[in-house]
Design a protein around this ligand. Structure first.
Ligand code: AMP
Length: 396
């Protein structure tokens, strides 16, 4: 349940509304937006505000500038794309706030008009959650709307600080993300299966721990598998492994038993002589990984084993590729798992940058019930953490 106020719970008609969006979009060398998904996801909130004749002031970060302006991180390409998507002229300012911007909003801006401020991270006050910076942002508007789920885990000025000075409510994207992800934790249809992959165990410690008290089955694939296999006593050759996480892996294997969770590891893998897309490869069982080879993908028996779980599940959360899917020689596992989840009858949710890249590569994004727009924020929520971007909004 989402217990925070949304833009539908507050009167936005004719108001100056400051909207935090997540337009942290990839740009090419000519500064064109390569993937406009995040801009599209903000449209329900923006269109609602247009319909209500609000004056819409958009703000976002893009990339990782170091607190100063850099051309390659300016928001002009995002403003241009939003203009194309809404059919409206978007006035984009070259600063975050200035007397000129305030003057424009108060005296010239039309109802239903959209303006965009410059990249928030051009000012060190954003990441520092600086109070003066927050106040200056708030001084531009009557109401604050947070629709930037992808930044909800950051206690930055435009996410947290600004809410001290304006009535703060959620946009439609924020609401949807929180509803879907919390329903995984609170009321999943069972059996609830989570599939975690990716390279590192250390990135996913808290998620694994928290989910082991929520799921019925947990499949581990990808690079993180080998730390678990080593913890179980297998020889893993040169496979990626975090030796300092072996005790944690043992603890999680025990916790899974204690909680009656079916923790499933690959039974066979595709190995390579070196970490290279064209390296010599072969398929072996996990009992026979040669000392100088490394695991690169799950094998055919593992694919079948994982597919059986996927078919039985009624809720599936997936984060992290199960192999080095960027190389065609080692993408079979990830491609098959992605297709199996997409084809299942379950509620299917995916999150994380690499996972989204895999879904895009295989044209499967639209086949999932929900694809989360915020990798880091989604993982923190699933770790059981409170997100500053949510807790600071007005309660219902
Ligand atoms: P992460 O950023 O931790 O989610 O990891 C994603 C990356 O893990 C992808 O770029 C994959 O190529 C990589 N990956 C998946 N399986 C393996 C593996 N067996 N060995 C090394 N890297 C892997």
């Amino acid at each position: 349940m989402f217990n925070k106020k949304t833009i539908e719970d507050i009167d936005v008609v004719n108001k100056r509304v400051l909207v935090r969006v997540d337009y942290n979009v990839p740009l090419d060398n000519d500064l064109n937006v390569v993937d406009d998904t995040r801009i599209r996801l903000s449209l329900p909130t923006i269109n609602y505000l247009i319909k209500k004749n609000a004056r819409i002031i958009l703000m976002s970060h893009l990339g990782r500038p170091k607190g100063v302006a850099e051309t390659k991180f300016k928001l002009d390409p995002a403003a241009k794309r939003l203009g194309e998507l809404t059919g409206k002229k978007i006035k984009k300012f070259d600063s975050i706030f200035s007397p000129e911007i305030k003057e424009y909003i108060d005296n010239e801006m039309k109802y239903g008009e959209i303006i965009m401020l410059e990249n928030l991270r051009f000012d060190p006050g954003e990441k520092a959650n600086d109070d003066e910076f927050s106040k200056s942002l708030a001084s531009l508007a009557d109401i604050y709307v947070d629709d930037a789920f992808g930044a909800a885990h950051r206690a930055h000025a435009s996410v947290a600080g600004v809410t001290k000075y304006l009535p703060a409510v959620a946009g439609f994207l924020m609401k949807k993300e929180i509803e879907v992800l919390t329903s995984l934790l609170e009321s999943p249809q069972r059996p609830f299966l989570t599939i975690l992959g990716g390279s590192k165990v250390s990135d996913k410690i808290q998620v694994i721990r928290n989910l082991l008290s929520k799921v019925d089955s947990l499949i581990l694939g990808g690079g993180m598998t080998y730390t678990f296999l080593k913890a179980k006593g297998y020889e893993i050759g040169k496979s990626i492994c975090e030796d300092d996480q072996i005790d944690f892996a043992r603890e999680m294997l025990d916790l899974a038993k204690k909680n009656n969770v079916n923790l499933i590891l690959p039974v066979d893998i595709v190995i390579a002589k070196e970490f290279d897309g064209n390296a010599e490869k072969k398929l072996v069982s996990i009992q026979s990984i040669p000392a100088d080879w490394m695991g690169m993908d799950i094998g055919d028996k593992s694919i079948e084993l994982f597919k059986k779980e996927i078919t039985a599940a009624r809720t599936i959360f997936w984060n992290g590729p199960v192999g080095v899917f960027e190389w065609s020689n080692f993408e079979k596992g990830t491609k098959n798992i992605a297709n199996a989840i997409a084809g299942s009858q379950a509620v299917t949710v995916a999150g994380g940058g690499d996972t989204l890249a895999a879904l895009k590569k295989y044209g499967l994004s639209s086949k999932f019930t929900h694809v989360s727009s915020g990798g880091g924020a989604a993982m923190e929520l699933l770790e059981g953490k409170e997100l500053p971007g949510v807790s600071s909004l007005l309660d219902k």
